[in-house]
Ligand binder design. Structure first.
Ligand code: UDP
Length: 235
């Protein structure tokens, strides 16, 4: 396996599958099965899950919600998704635990770095819910923060496109994919891989980012085996 410890960022939207909202249980099961397969090969996996399939603070604030309250609603949405992942792991027999950045026992245990690392060393998948716990951030930034905290070898961003392109490939058919790109180029070109705060944080701390299509079963294992299917972001 190419990596020993990974932070996998999954967007909330990707959990909605074809439905356009909420949680698609088939998609959920596909994801947890892919994760179990690499965990069984000894890869330590921490997951940061988004909440965009349920609620986004920014969108809420355009609809009259206070931004802080809206972001708190968004953070709670990530907890709902985390519980869905946890129950799917339970069904397929992969040990997993939910750690939350906001205290809410018994729904999940309060996150501490030591606890996360202890669980990872035991082969337990750690599902990190609630983002950073603070408003005005996103789960992308939560991912870069936790990736650094747990000393992950890489931050993987599992999306529905197979890497970073010169433009949005779903809108521009002439867009070209990068196999490798620097943080600066991502920032300069304004590429929407992750939000800028998250990208800058990875850049400043030299955390590699790998963007790949998680919606194709088997792709996560390919990344672990060093097969070049996505885009690597490095200094
Ligand atoms: N959020 C927040 N602080 C964080 C992480 C998330 O306030 O540290 C809120 C924010 O409102 C965000 C929502 O939770 O819009 C859902 O997270 P995100 O948009 O990152 O989810 P994704 O796009 O990955 O589904």
């Amino acid at each position: 396996m190419q990596y020993k410890r990974i932070l996998l960022k999954l967007s909330g939207e990707s959990l909605q599958g074809q439905q356009g909202f909420g949680i698609d249980t088939e998609r959920l099961h596909e994801y947890t099965s892919q994760i179990k397969a690499i965990a069984q090969q000894g890869v330590q996996v921490a997951i940061v899950i988004g909440g965009g399939n349920i609620f986004r603070g920014m969108k809420g604030s355009t609809q009259g919600f206070d931004r802080v309250k809206g972001d708190q609603m968004g953070m709670l949405a990530t907890v709902i998704n985390a519980l869905a992942l946890k129950s799917s792991f339970d069904v397929i027999g992969q040990p997993a635990r939910v750690l939350t950045s906001i205290r809410m026992e018994p729904i999940g245990e309060f996150y501490t770095n030591d606890k996360a690392i202890r669980l990872l060393n035991k082969g337990t998948v750690v599902i990190l819910a609630g983002g950073t716990g603070s408003p005005y951030f996103t789960t992308d930034t939560g991912s870069s923060l936790r990736a650094l905290e747990i000393k992950a070898d890489v931050m993987l961003k599992g999306t529905r496109v197979d890497g970073i392109y010169t433009a949005d490939p779903e809108k521009d058919p002439t867009a070209i994919k990068f196999d490798r790109i620097t943080y600066d180029e991502v920032l300069l070109r304004g590429l929407k891989v992750m939000d800028q705060t998250a990208t800058v944080m990875c850049k400043e701390n030299k955390m590699p980012i790998y963007v790949f299509n998680m919606d194709v079963p088997g792709n996560l294992m390919k990344v672990m085996n060093g097969i070049q299917i996505g885009t690597l972001v490095t200094p």
